[in-house]
Design a protein around this ligand. Structure first.
Ligand code: GUN
Length: 291
């Protein structure tokens, strides 16, 4: 069993991006600039946005963090997005999800200019992705592809079972694994809460992508020997042995599943850092678009 080390892979990719940005700057080119919007103070969102902004400065990108109270109106948020759309210095716009219930996530995603949609959530980006056209890929599935590529894991012809059909991870992941590209060409089963006999599906899987948001959901009896396991979950559970009183676990029961696998991503330090790589690669790409 080999651990897929997201921290090591992301460090390698970040070095590549960093040197690319240094070269661009030395030639008088545009410094990539990411604008992140955080509405409210959800602790997980705070942590994710903080780490995205920190990575920008690590790589030599510019960044702007706009914070708003959770009672901000949808109209005001749309106006902020519009300002960023029109700002020539801003290359990428990220609105951290989830948003407060009174704000329509679709309205906000649709308001982001597709050329600045570094999360790859806009219908134009998702449509192009579906058609195999060049576009921004959603950061988490993109990061997973980068990780498979780094380790030389060939999924062509393999049976991939994706658990969870979110717009952010499960649905785009299923499209990307199946497309005629490298990595890709897999046979994909997209499973979800209405799937009958999930275990019968996962037992057939050469690759399982778990993106459900339920701690330790995937247990060892659901996994065949030699499977490749990609754990997208980041769940905080109580743990009295920790000073903080809690710890992070994935959607996979790691200790029980790992011995059966050929490869597995840990949580933390697996998919999480790769998501940030996907976002940074998208931001660099956005900065190369002439405005
Ligand atoms: N919330 C959870 N994951 C993501 C992500 O990749 N991007 C944004 N904007 N919000 C998220």
């Amino acid at each position: 069993m080999q651990i897929l080390d997201g921290l090591a892979v992301s460090a390698h990719i970040k070095e590549q991006i960093k040197s690319e940005v240094a070269t661009i700057k030395s030639k008088g080119g545009k410094t990539p600039h990411l604008a992140a919007i955080l509405v409210g103070n959800n602790p997980a969102s705070e942590a994710y946005v903080g780490s995205k902004v920190r990575t920008c400065s690590e790589l030599g990108f510019g960044s702007t963090l706009l914070r708003f109270d959770s009672d901000m109106s949808e109209a005001d948020l749309l106006a902020e997005v519009q300002k960023l759309n029109e700002d020539k210095d801003i290359d990428g716009i990220l609105v951290q999800l989830p948003l407060p219930k009174h704000i329509s996530e679709n309205a906000v995603i649709n308001a982001i200019h597709p050329d600045k949609d570094v999360d790859g959530f806009h219908p134009i980006s998702q449509g192009k992705m579906l058609l195999g056209q060049d576009t921004f890929l959603p950061a988490t599935p993109y990061g997973i592809l980068l990780m498979l590529e780094y380790y030389g894991i060939d999924i062509s012809g393999k049976h991939c079972v994706v658990i969870g059909r979110s717009n952010i991870v499960g649905s785009p992941m299923s499209v990307l694994l199946a497309r005629n590209a490298h990595p890709g060409n897999a046979t994909v089963t997209l499973t979800h809460s209405r799937t009958k006999d999930l275990k019968a599906m996962t037992l057939q899987a050469d690759v399982i992508v778990a993106a459900i948001g339920k701690p330790k959901f995937l247990t060892s009896d659901m996994v065949k020997d030699g499977a490749i396991i990609i754990d997208v979950g980041i769940n905080r559970i109580d743990d009295a042995t920790r000073k903080s009183g809690s710890r992070l676990v994935g959607d996979v029961d790691f200790d029980a599943v790992a011995p059966k696998c050929s490869y597995i991503t840990p949580v933390p330090k697996g998919v999480g850092p790769m998501t940030i790589c996907g976002l940074m690669k998208n931001t660099l790409k956005a900065s190369q678009i002439a405005r």
